[in-house]
Design a protein around this ligand. Structure first.
Ligand SMILES: Cc1cc2nc3c(=O)[nH]c(=O)nc-3n(C[C@H](O)[C@H](O)[C@H](O)COP(=O)(O)OP(=O)(O)OC[C@H]3O[C@@H](n4cnc5c(N)ncnc54)[C@H](O)[C@@H]3O)c2cc1C
Length: 601
């Protein structure tokens, strides 16, 4: 048995045991969730290898109002020039730290609509429907209802029956709000947008208050490190984390994964460790395909040029990359209310006063997540625009083969066509939202397009794990995505023209002030939009192998033994809204699946 200490340990490479039952590559949300659940059994040893360090509990990590800039973003990580965006390259936001995205994200914690997960199930992720995942959403959550008086004042509503109350992730609502959010809420109602009692019950459309992964007792971030490691480590001598170390590749005996090869991020020292039961890949949607490809799992022809021997020819590895598009719309408000979402940055006296309140554990602007508002509007296409038919018709006219670069693998193309059909059918009904508007009451509203038809890719560019892969978002290569973003932009103009918001005197300064024709506006949008909202996913999709799939519904990589993937890479397509609740729930489910497979349940 491995030499394991009394408590769960942060270790360095010298303290590693030779072998563990499970070796987890990547200590982000999914990796730590699975490691925690597997190590519940004291006879099971688990090692997590994480590229980044442990965080130091900095304000930028822990205090919602101090969020952004946040330490531990993976810098510099950049995309390839985006061909539909004039050849510009963009930053690729993701976390590099124990806890992964949960340490750097904006903390919004909510589920997609049932229709998303039912769509996954129908594309071949059998057993991943809304009703299958629902118990895991509950298992992952500890819901903290807000103070009743405050909730009534601010129209915060919820449905207790859809929440979990004993799970690791602390979920709560901010106990503070800027006055302008009432204008946003009332403006939305005037446009006929429906308030949603609770977006976590299977319908995540309408306007609603965002739930966050924040511990309401301390108003600090609930990270995967805290909720899946610190909270259990005292009783887990069988749970090790090796930080500052990159998993380089998976080791195989034939097609059976036997361990991993790793390298120290700062000292470049390499080593290997054995996995007796399974290697579990959880390096996030950007890096999981990189590890798989470096290990010989991917498009054999592509890997050949790097002299990487093919273990399993799986052309879908790294393809199907998806994210949400982001468009910031900036204003000069001639009559905005004070305080507002820009006040903490612009007014030192106010910031000092609010920080003192926060430190005294009283409601404060520091309880708010810096960049985004408390409210969000998420709508299906028909509620953004009356042009649904022409948008659907545009989508139907696209040539999927051309969108995948001209001569795609037949299986990958077949899978993409199935996804497109499902998504395009959904655009015509009132299912999952295609986009969001959020306003933090400061100078900028943020619009998101969350139902992309364009697909990108992750491909290795060298044989070193320490070199970033080629990250191509493929942003708006399907022009339908830009049309959907335009519809959201135009609705935002309508919203800003409602008396509730017009009274604040918003004068648009970017991206398209004064522009009138759709063509002009789209050109202006293209200059401002960001192809990533840090919601990368879907690059090792759980669809049938013949549809370009990478993992089966039990998370196992096709054609291999003792190798699974458990992170956001496995989704067939991206959910609307924040993905982290779906990552936590999916990893809870994967942990149960893996336990069953090894008769540990
Ligand atoms: C800035 C930002 C804001 C966001 N805001 C929100 C939000 O408000 N709400 C929401 O729901 N979601 C948000 N997200 C997205 C959410 O955090 C991610 O979807 C989620 O973290 C993905 O989980 P994961 O387990 O798939 O990957 P991650 O949590 O990213 O974990 C992957 C881990 O693997 C590690 N790793 C990578 N390569 C290697 C390697 N070779 N060896 C070892 N380790 C490796 C990484 O360092 C990382 O820690 C945000 C993300 C970011 C970056």
């Amino acid at each position: 048995r491995p030499l394991l200490g009394q408590h769960a340990q942060r270790i360095d490479a010298r303290q590693l045991a030779n072998e563990y039952d499970f070796v987890v590559a990547g200590g982000g949300i999914a990796g730590l969730t699975v490691a925690d659940r597997l190590s519940e059994n004291p006879k099971v040893s688990v090692l997590v290898i994480e590229y980044g360090p442990f965080d130091q509990g900095e304000d930028g990590v822990m205090v919602p109002g101090a969020y952004f800039p946040v330490p531990y973003l993976w810098l510099p990580l950049s995309s390839t020039p985006q061909k539909a965006l004039g050849g510009t390259s963009y930053g690729v936001p993701c976390g590099r730290v124990v806890g992964g995205g949960s340490v750097v994200n904006a903390m919004f914690f909510h589920r997609g609509s049932a229709e998303v997960y039912d769509g996954w199930d129908s594309l071949g992720a059998t057993g991943w429907s809304w009703s299958d995942l629902f118990p895991y959403f509950k298992k992952s959550e500890n819901f903290n209802p807000p103070d009743a008086k405050y909730a009534a004042e601010r129209n915060i509503t919820w449905d207790k029956s859809v929440h979990g109350f004993g799970g690791p992730v602390q979920a709560s609502y901010a106990p503070y709000d800027y006055p302008g959010s009432a204008n946003f809420y009332n403006g939305a109602l005037r446009l006929g947008i429906e308030p949603r009692k609770d977006p976590n019950g299977g319908d995540a459309t309408g306007i609603f208050r965002l739930q966050r992964s924040v511990d309401p007792k301390t108003q600090t971030r609930s990270t995967a490190r805290i909720n899946h490691y610190e909270s259990v480590k005292a009783s887990r001598p069988n749970y090790h984390i090796l930080p500052n170390t990159a998993v380089n590749k998976i080791l195989f005996s034939g097609k059976t994964a036997t361990g991993v090869d790793f390298v120290g991020v700062s000292d470049s020292k390499s080593g290997t460790v054995k996995a007796k039961k399974e290697v579990i890949v959880a390096a996030g949607a950007v890096h999981t395909p990189q590890i798989l490809q470096l290990s010989g799992i991917g498009d054999a022809k592509y890997l050949q040029q790097f002299k990487i021997n093919s273990v399993v020819d799986l052309p879908g590895v790294g393809l199907n990359l998806q994210d949400h598009l982001v468009l910031s719309v900036s204003y000069n408000f001639t009559n905005n209310l004070f305080p507002n979402g820009g006040s903490l940055q612009a007014n030192t006296t106010y910031a000092t006063e609010q920080r003192a309140l926060y430190d005294a554990n009283k409601p404060s602007a520091f309880d708010l997540t810096g960049t985004t508002g408390n409210l969000i509007i998420q709508l299906p296409l028909s509620e953004w625009t009356s042009s649904v038919r022409s948008i659907v018709s545009l989508a139907s006219k696209q040539d999927p083969s051309k969108l995948l670069g001209g001569s795609p693998n037949a299986g990958v193309l077949a899978g993409y066509k199935k996804q497109r059909k499902l998504i395009i059918d959904n655009l015509s009904n009132d299912g999952e939202a295609v986009g969001d508007i959020s306003w933090n009451t400061g100078p900028t509203t943020t619009l998101y397009m969350t139902r992309p038809l364009s697909r990108g890719s992750i491909k290795i560019n060298s044989t070193s794990i320490l070199t970033q892969p080629l990250i191509d978002f493929g942003a708006i290569t399907d022009p339908t995505d830009l049309e959907m973003l335009l519809a959201i932009y135009l609705k935002n103009r309508e919203l800003m023209a409602t008396p509730e918001l017009a009274g604040l005197g918003p004068l648009e300064t970017s991206p398209a002030p004064g522009l009138k024709t759709n063509e002009e506006i789209k050109e202006a949008i293209k200059k401002t939009l960001q192809p990533s909202n840090a919601h990368q996913c879907c690059t090792a999709a759980m669809v049938p192998k013949q549809d370009g799939g990478v993992v089966d519904p039990q998370n196992k990589v096709y054609g291999t033994d003792r190798l699974s993937v458990v992170d956001a890479s496995i989704w067939p397509f991206v959910p609307g809204g924040g993905p982290q609740a779906s990552v936590y729930a999916g990893a809870e489910k994967a942990a149960d699946t893996i336990k069953k497979r090894h008769k540990l349940l």
